[in-house]
Design a protein around this ligand. Structure first.
Ligand code: ACO
Length: 401
């Protein structure tokens, strides 16, 4: 029986809401979403418009500072980002020290944390200028860390970017350029990655964003808070889902490619298996991002002429789930991660890197949420609990136990 007295505190009754399904943690003016209607807006702008008409850097500016940038503001923002994009050479030594088998999310979170040691001033965000400096530094250095995380697992030399390129083109070149070879940009890939990053850029108080806000609420610095957000994003029920999707597809293929068998497993309540990439905590009709990204996925697969049995299995599962009573009744539709995994595979990005790509997209959202939380001077986050442990017990010394 629940002892109701433990739910009372000096400030009133404590509510218990495991998983915070109905509990708001803050007021925010950044992202609006309506899970029933499938609406997602950043600062009031529809995600469909932003994905079609804006680029990732414009969206980053919008999320962080609240307005779409003028051309001059955007140019200055990018110039400032580029001027801060050098990562201390000693950080390379840390990368060298990691084993090649290290998961790139662990590498990314460690390196982001390590940046605090090389940029001690960014801990202090007491003025708007300090905040701006931290923002452009992390926006500049993060893509370098992302590329290094990939190059580490591929055994490639760690390079810096090419500041004559746009933000997304530069990321691609830093990731994929092979030694002694030209890197040729493919506009379809650039466009697909730009869209993917925009679609992932913010999603209000999800697990990683809440982590960034709660860590930052102790007045920990931006980089440290983002490093914590990366760790939260890593899990397979959150950002790690895009990796889990591909691993599931590979497992189905290795087992003979029988999608019906796995549909049955997903519906069996005695089987812990879930169809990864299906369902969403807040979108209970459809995920508006999934609609946009499905079109981009089709474009990438068609235009690049990719034939891949894994992608055929994905299409099969999508078809079957959309007409299956169990999935339809529970409103379990493919989410954004189902398609992002497919695009990343088609782009030649290793499965382990998928969640890192998500982190790259989510960076402006984390920054915007951190900045908003600090500007609003929010109190330290400190949830309460319902104690269900032992009552007071008599201590016995070790020899009497
Ligand atoms: N496969 C099979 N059944 C599922 C799935 C799934 N992927 N997702 C939910 N269900 C079932 C549950 O078993 C439950 O059934 P019941 O009512 O008979 O008990 C019902 O649907 C509701 O599920 P909940 O777990 O209560 O839904 P919740 O909102 O808590 O979870 C979540 C959402 C975690 C995303 C879940 O759907 C899931 O695990 N999906 C797979 C992982 C995934 O793709 N995560 C990515 C999320 S998107 C992102 O992070 C960007």
């Amino acid at each position: 029986a629940v002892d109701i007295s433990s739910l009372r505190s000096s400030t009133g009754l404590i509510t218990l809401d495991a998983g915070y399904k109905n509990t708001g943690s803050c007021e925010s003016g950044i992202t609006f979403l309506d899970g029933e209607k499938g609406i997602l807006r950043y600062r009031g702008y529809a995600i469909e418009d932003l994905a079609e008409k804006a680029d990732f850097l414009e969206v980053a500016f919008l999320l962080i500072f609240g307005e779409l940038p003028t051309k001059a503001q955007l140019d200055k923002f990018y110039t400032d980002i580029k001027s801060k994009s050098v990562v201390d050479d000693d950080v390379r030594k840390i990368v060298d020290a990691f084993p090649k088998s290290a998961h790139p999310m662990g590498v990314l979170s460690s390196l982001t944390s390590a940046l605090t040691a090389f940029n001690p001033s960014i801990v202090n965000v007491s003025s708007e200028q300090d905040m701006y400096n931290s923002v452009v530094k992390i926006m500049g250095k993060f893509p370098v860390l992302v590329a290094w995380a990939l190059r580490k697992i591929q055994g490639l030399p760690l390079d810096y970017g090419d500041n004559s390129l746009g933000y997304v083109e530069n990321v691609l070149k830093m990731m994929f350029k092979q030694p002694n070879q030209e890197y040729v940009q493919n506009p379809i890939i650039v466009n697909a990655l730009d869209k993917l990053l925009i679609l992932h850029a913010d999603h209000e108080q999800n697990c990683s964003t809440s982590t960034v806000r709660i860590v930052g609420s102790s007045h920990a610095g931006l980089f440290a808070s983002i490093s914590a957000g990366i760790s939260a994003l890593w899990g397979p029920l959150h950002g790690g889902a895009n990796q889990a999707v591909l691993e599931m597809l590979e497992a189905i293929q290795a087992d003979g490619g029988d999608t019906k068998k796995y549909m049955a497993k997903a519906k069996d309540k005695n089987d812990p298996f879930r169809l990864m990439g299906f369902g969403h905590r807040v979108y209970k009709n459809f995920d508006p991002r999934a609609k946009i990204i499905k079109a981009a996925a089709d474009e990438v697969l068609n235009d690049l002429g990719i034939e891949d049995p894994i992608l055929d299995i994905a299409k099969g599962l999508e078809r079957e789930a959309l007409s299956d009573d169990y999935f339809v009744k529970r409103k379990l539709y493919p989410n954004v991660d189902f398609y992002s995994g497919i695009i990343y595979r088609a782009m030649g990005i290793p499965t382990d890197m998928f969640t890192v790509m998500f982190a790259l997209g989510r960076l402006p959202g984390w920054i915007a949420q951190y900045r908003e939380m600090r500007l609003r001077n929010e109190p330290i986050g400190r949830p309460r609990q319902l104690y269900i442990g032992q009552n007071h017990r008599v201590f016995k010394t070790v020899k009497n136990r």
